[in-house]
Each structure stands twice: as C-alpha cells, then as structure tokens.
Design a protein around this ligand. Structure first.
Ligand code: SF4
Length: 452
C-alpha cells in the first residue's frame, strides 16, 4: 500500500492517532525549550552543516584516513557495497567465532540491511537490547521511529506483550515494574552473548575511533561482556576530527529527545587484550545519493528524528505508513533514491511547511528536496489524473473570462448541491473538513465597488 492508504488505516483509530500526535508534539516542544537554552544554537547548526558539507566533498579521503587509523588501532575494517554484502560479512564473523546468539544495540543501518531476519534464517538468535527495540521485536514489527522505536504503543499494550513474553503480572502497566522485568530478561542475554553488534553515530577519521550514543547503556553492556564487537556504520557517519564531536553531540541529544546530553556517549578506539573489534563500512546506495546533486545533502543526517517529531504528517499518520526503514521527512527524501517506484508517494506526504528544515540540526533543506522529488516523480509518471486536472486548471487560470465564468458557476453550484455530493468520495479533502461558508459577494465584486 502507498502512504495515503497506510495513513488511512492508521487514522481509523482516531483516539490513538490523536495520542500519537500529542506525544510526538511533546517531544518536539522539549526540543524547542532545550535548544533555546543554548545561546549559540544557530551557530552550532551552521558549524555542523559546514562540517558535513566538507565531509561530503571529501568523503573518500576521510574514509581512507579512518580506515588507516582504525587498522593501526587493531580494529578490523570491512567494506560492504550493499546490504547483502554487509549481512554476509557479519555472518562470516559470527561463523568464525561459532556464535549462535548475539546482542544488538540500536542500529538503523542494520534495520535498513534487514540483518535480523537474515541472521535468524541462518540459525543465529538476535536480541535487540534497546528497550523500545526489544518491545517491537517481540511483536515482529520494525521500529516506527528512528529514535523512539515503540512510540506507537501505549504502556498498556506493552504490559500485555510483557505478560505474554516475560510472564509479568497481567494488567500491571507501571513503567518502573515493566522496565525492571526487561532489565532482568536482558541481563541474561547479555551474559550469554559472545558477540555484540552496535551501530555507529560518528566515526572519527583523525583517530580511527568511533562513538556510539545510547540512553540505556545497552551498547556498553553488550560490548564489554562480549569477546567480539561488530560495529556497523554507514559511510556518511564519518567526521574529520575528534573536536567536531563537541558540535554534534550537543546538537544530537537536544534535537532528538530534548535532553542536554545523551546518557552514554561511548568512544571505541581499540580492542581490550584478547578481544576483537570489527567495523563494517556500508555504502548501500549512499554513493548514488551523493551523486544526485539536488539530494546529496540528505547524507548530512545524524538521525536525530527531530524532523519526524515536528512533521504534521508523520505525527498524524504514524511511522509504519511510510513503508521504509527511515520514515518521516528525511525518509521521504532517502527512500525514493533507493526505490523510486515503491516509494513514489512519500515526497507527497508533506505539507511543505518547512518545519522539518527549521528544526534539522545539520540544516538539511528537507522541504525543498521533497519538492524536487515531486517534480522528478511527476515527470517520470507522465500523464495521470492529477496532471490532467492541473493542466485544465492552468487553462482556466490563464484566461480571465474562463476563470470568471467557472468561478461563478462554482459559486452557484455550491449553493444548491446537497452535502452528499459536496462531500462525496470524490472530495477526499472534505473528509475531515467543512467548506467555509460562501461570502455574499466575491472579492472581485467587492474590489470593483470599493476601488477608489
Ligand atoms: S534530517 Fe535532520 S532533523 Fe531529520 S533526522 Fe536527520 S538530522 Fe534529524
């Protein structure tokens, strides 16, 4: 199903849709308050944007520098051109260590590569250790938000899932009680795993280290207990210098959840004695996006999720309606680049209000890119109902007499048409809206009378 169809499904439960909208607005509001407490906020955004521009212009150089320094730190570096190669590399490392169960902290990249089903098909138990991710994993669902994976679920629903999977008390939806149950359950998984997989928030070219940010400390727990750490990193996550972390870490937490700092910003530089660190650098369509001049700066994204929290369409249609790993405004730019046919409805899932661009900590011109995609898609689709109606409208608007005549016919029709026709299935706009009452005279008539 395309975005409008999926959104229609989501909106069938109006109370839940309202709750989803309010919840994400609460996060957006927190982000506003905390960002305003930093006087140099706009300077930081400009700086972050400039650093990322420099990275995109010199990506190859920084990646090679990162590889050289990481290898010098005894990190094994692997390159994957696509998701299939990434998954094979990870499986190869697991096989080498005869590993049949892993713990994994949040990684949008591994979601993008569909690593979980691939490993499970190959006999590996995968346990997502981020609380929200574990909840959606119990339901066999993907995350509905890149920072808040289970934001579509209310606490009572989580209580029911935990009752079924973890034998918690039926009907007990106390968040503390449920978190303790998850903690105990995950502790056993942490202790048993020989390999831990994490994502990467930032790879530092200058030092060959990488940084993983979590609020729950689950990445650290997994990595420190396991013998082998596999870190999966999109190639755009590189930054030139360690000092640049001071810019990005301040922006990331505030933009994502309205916190002044993420609880755990862990730096991984070299393995402890007797242990191994592997890093898999993944392209999977990123160099193609880099080559698209109009869309290349979407690769600046630091995956904070702020554009989702503010987007009136995301808040009112839910993450699953996008049908892609990264939903919301930024996903609607990235996904058509991966599969234009499949994701052609996404750039239209926007009011183009520009709020996404306003909150983006790295200043991606998201709404302008959405508009660019619309033009590309409309061109690629050729003639359709919308293009025909637009060219008819164009013809009418271009000829004053035709405009006047059609406007007066419309006014006349609206006065006499019964509601069943005005709000029929053909008028989807009218489903949740009332037409404004017709004024007694048109602006044109008024102007003629009042012109001095
Ligand atoms: S596009 Fe900007 S606001 Fe959206 S997730 Fe990426 S960094 Fe955050």
């Amino acid at each position: 199903m395309n975005h409008p169809q999926e959104a229609t499904e989501f909106l069938k439960d109006a109370a839940n849709a309202k709750w989803h909208d309010d919840t994400l607005w609460f996060v957006r509001d927190k982000r506003d308050k905390v960002s305003k407490s930093v006087p140099e906020w706009e300077k930081l955004r400009n700086l972050a944007s400039d650093i990322k521009d420099n990275v995109l212009a010199n990506l190859e150089t920084y990646l090679v520098e990162f590889e050289k320094n990481a290898k010098a730190n005894n990190i094994h570096v692997h390159w994957a051109k696509d998701a299939a190669e990434h998954n094979q590399i990870v499986l190869g490392i697991l096989n080498e260590h005869r590993c049949k169960a892993i713990v994994k902290s949040k990684s949008i990249l591994t979601e993008e590569c569909h690593l979980n089903p691939f490993l499970e098909k190959n006999g590996v138990e995968v346990v997502d250790t981020d609380l929200g991710e574990r909840i959606v994993q119990f339901l066999n669902q993907p995350p509905s938000h890149i920072v808040l994976p289970a934001i579509h679920l209310k606490k009572m629903a989580i209580s029911d899932i935990f009752h079924e999977k973890l034998q918690t008390e039926k009907g007990n939806d106390d968040p503390y009680y449920l978190t303790q149950a998850a903690r105990k359950h995950l502790r056993e998984k942490f202790l048993a795993a020989k390999v831990a997989i994490t994502g990467v928030n930032f790879g530092v070219a200058e030092t060959g280290e990488f940084v993983v940010c979590t609020n729950e400390g689950n990445a650290d727990m997994g990595v420190h207990l396991a013998d082998v750490h596999i870190a999966c990193m999109g190639i755009e996550k590189i930054i030139p210098k360690r000092e640049h972390l001071g810019v990005f870490l301040r922006l990331l937490a505030r933009s994502a959840t309205g916190q002044s700092i993420t609880n755990y910003n862990s730096h991984f530089r070299s393995p402890s004695p007797g242990k191994e660190i592997h890093i898999v650098l993944v392209d999977n369509g990123r160099t193609e996006q880099l080559a698209r001049e109009k869309f290349r700066n979407s690769l600046k994204c630091i995956r904070c999720g702020a554009c989702m929290n503010t987007c009136p369409i995301y808040r009112r249609s839910g993450g699953f309606s996008y049908g892609s790993t990264v939903p919301g405004p930024i996903g609607s730019i990235l996904s058509p680049g991966i599969d234009l046919q499949k994701h052609s409805s996404l750039p239209f899932a926007s009011t183009l209000c520009g709020s996404c661009s306003d909150v983006c900590p790295v200043k991606i011109n998201i709404h302008e890119q959405l508009y660019e995609w619309r033009q590309e898609i409309t061109k690629a689709q050729g003639t359709n109902a919308k293009s025909i109606s637009m060219s008819i409208a164009n013809g009418i608007f271009a000829v004053p007499f035709a405009y006047k005549l059609s406007a007066s016919m419309m006014r006349g029709a609206l006065k006499i048409l019964p509601e069943s026709i005005t709000y029929s299935g053909l008028n989807t706009w009218g489903k949740q809206r009332d037409l404004p009452e017709l004024p007694k005279e048109t602006f044109k008539d008024w102007y003629k009378k009042n012109r001095k």
